[in-house]
Design a protein around this ligand. Sequence first.
Ligand code: ZN
Length: 234
Amino acid sequence: MSYCVNCGVKLDSSLDSCPLCHTPVINPNEPEHIKKAHPYPTEKGQVDSVRRSDVAILTIIVLLATSLSCLLLNLYVFTGIMWSLFIIGVCILLFVLLIPLIIYTKVPAYVSILFDGIALAFFLYLITFTTPGIGWFTKLALPIVVLLTILAEVFVLLLRAFPVSFISTALYVFVEIAMFCSGLELLIRHFTGSPLRLTWSAIILTVCCVIAIMLITVLCIRRLREAIRRRLHF
Ligand SMILES: [Zn+2]
């Protein structure tokens, strides 16, 4: 075992220079022509990344197996309520949500959002089989899903149509939160038969309006925008 003459660190016999201070290692007892073996492999032994299609097949098989086995359990063992529909619904929802991620990546964002909305609505519709009445679905759940889908579509459309920046994205998010909360309260009131007016969502609406006006001002005044950009580093 040898030590670095400069910093004193313990050195492996194969090293040509100190790994800390790069001082050359000279061992007079060792003939110079012997080539020193490197203690570490020179090539990176990396595992190949998993192919998307393999992940897709695995996902589909897992989702299908889960749905089928739950359905069989429900039909022959734990009969009574159709609880397996919840699990099948979740599997369908997961499948639709995963399509743009692992299966087909070229699908446009607004198309995948539309499918996500339809899958979510279908999942909620499956729940109606185990609940008395379908009113909550048609009067409350479905309109909320439609509202969410429309807002998500508008968000994507705005991101595509205008130059994307942190401030403009924040503006869209706050405006959409305000719209969603107002719509949600109106839908809940309509469902419960209360008079249509805004209460809790009015507070959210006001806060979002103030933030939105502030963001629009920042967007319009270039000097202000640049000052904020420099301070927040984006
Ligand atoms: Zn050293």
